[in-house]
Design a protein around this ligand. Structure first.
Ligand code: CA
Length: 225
């Protein structure tokens, strides 16, 4: 895979660059956010790994700007702080996942596999998924509500696809973590609720009927009410 790594700490950057290269990835390295953004716009990357605090342009702002042009490239944020607020700001800026420093290299590889698996390994199963006036096309990665295109990040798309494939069935947070995140996430994290809210804002807020429903203590279900 072709990976863009934007990290300003030389030791961390060198360690990650070497480790990923040994895994046969092609890694471009930028040490500040402005150069990172320029490379991200020029290069056809399979994955972006962005440190949160960067000179020039923060990782969050870089993520936001990348997302205005490219909604599908998976973005993994590295955060040194590990505070929920930073994680959520990263996700809000359009990142697909985050990793708290310090982390084990194997954990990084697991996240990379989970983030890129969908794009490379999973053949689209079946045709267009529908619920009321919502459609999701696994092949073209297009989502429409009431005929209007809806822009989703890779992770939002994966979550919506999973919910639609299980429509009218209650799925638990554990189901979602296993099936959509492919990884055991921080326990106690409210990342799924955050993502459900992203989907609600994009898909339900301005439309009727509401399609995403919360069952307190049980999970979520997509259905026409
Ligand atoms: Ca930094």
């Amino acid at each position: 895979m072709k990976i863009l790594l934007v990290e300003d700490e030389p030791k961390v950057a060198a360690f990650l660059h070497q480790g990923l290269s040994e895994q046969h990835h092609q890694v471009d390295l930028a040490a500040d956010g402005l150069l990172g953004l320029r490379l991200a716009r020029q290069g056809d990357y399979d994955l972006l790994i962005l440190d949160t605090l960067l000179p020039g342009l923060s990782g969050l702002e870089m993520c936001r700007q990348v997302r205005t042009q490219n909604t599908s490239v998976p973005i993994l944020m590295l955060t040194a702080l590990g505070e929920t607020d930073d994680k959520i700001r990263g996700l809000d800026a359009g990142a697909d996942d985050y990793l708290v420093k310090p982390f084990a290299f194997q954990e990084l590889l697991a996240r990379i596999r989970a983030l890129t698996r969908r794009r490379h390994d999973v053949p689209p199963a079946g045709g267009v998924l529908r619920l009321a006036d919502l459609t999701l096309d696994p092949a073209s990665k297009m989502v429409h509500r009431a005929g209007q295109p809806v822009q989703l990040t890779a992770r939002e798309f994966a979550l919506l696809e999973y919910l639609l494939r299980n429509q009218s069935r209650v799925v638990s947070r554990v189901d979602i973590l296993e099936q959509v995140w492919n990884t055991s996430f921080d326990t106690g994290s409210n990342v799924i609720d955050v993502y459900i809210n992203f989907l609600r804002k994009k898909l339900d807020k301005d439309f009727s009927p509401k399609l995403i429903h919360t069952l307190i203590g049980m999970g979520y279900v997509m259905k026409e009410e």
